[in-house]
Design a protein around this ligand. Sequence first.
Ligand code: TA6
Length: 293
Amino acid sequence: MTTNLPDFVTVSRGPAGLPILEVRGAQASARLHLQGDHVVSWVPREESEVLFLSERSRYAPGEPIRGGIPICGPWFGQGRGGDRTPAHGFFRRATWEFVEAFDTGEAIAVDLVLPPDALAGVPGAQDWPADVQVGYRVTVGRELGTDLRVTAGAQPLEFEEALHTYFRIGDIRRVQVDGLAGASYLDKVAGRTAVQDGPVRFDGEADRVYTSTEPVDIVDRVLGRRITVTKAGSANTVVWNPAAEKAAATPDLGDDEWVSMVCVEAANCLDAAVRLEPGASHTMSARVSLQAL
Ligand code: TA6
C-alpha cells in the first residue's frame, strides 16, 4: 500500500474496495485508481469535471474502468496482427505502484510505476520482459499532464500505446474537434483510409486513428468550453464515439452515455508503433487545458 504520502495526497477505497489516490492541489483536484494507474477525475478550480466516467463501469480487480484515462499498452485494440488479447493490452489491468507525489509549485505531480511483479497472473502479460520499465507521471494543476515512459531492457522492444482519454461533453451531436484538418486517418468503421476535411463532427459511430502530432481542440458549445489536447512523442490521435448502437452493445456503458463523452487519445499505434533499442526510453505526453468559449 502507499506510504509516506504528502498531505495533498490521500488514499481512499473506491467501488469494490479498489484503492484510489485523491489529489487535492491549489489549482485542481484529481482521483486516480492504482488499478491501471487510471485517472478517473480531474477538476480544475472553479471548473466542472473534465473527464467522463461511466455510471456502469465495472470496478473489479483486473477489469478496465470505463472512462477517465485508460492506459492502453503494450498493444492497441487487438494489436497490429489483430490477434492480441485482452483488448488494448494489460497496462490498464494491472495494479501500479505509487512512487512519490510532490508539489511543483504550480501543480501536484504523482509518479507511479508498473513493476514486473504486478504483472503476475495478469492476462496477456506472460511474455512481457521482466526488465522493461514502465513509469507514468500525472501532473494535476490548471492543466492535466500525463507522461507515459517506457524503457527497454536488454532486448529491443516494440510496443503500441495510447492514453485513451474520455472527455465529458454536453452533447456529441453539437461538438466538433478542430486541429485534424488535412490529416490522414484510418476509419475503423468504414474500413478505409481518408483525409480529414475540416473539423471532425459526429453523426454516428466514429472510430478513427489519425496520423497527426498536432494539438486538437474539443469545442463544446453546450458546456461552453474548449478542451485543448497537446501532445509530445505521439504520432497518432485517436478519436472515438460509439454512438447509440455500439453503446447499447457495451455492457459497462449506459445506453445514453455516448451523448456525453468523446475520446481523444494520444497514441502510437499501427505503423507508428514504438521501436526501442536495448536500454532506450520513449515518453509519450499529453497535456489537457480548458478555455471558456
Ligand atoms: O480507441 C477506440 C477503440 O479502439 C474503439 O475501437 C473501442 O473498442 C474503444 O477503443 C473501447 O475499447 P475498450 O476495450 O475499452 O472497450
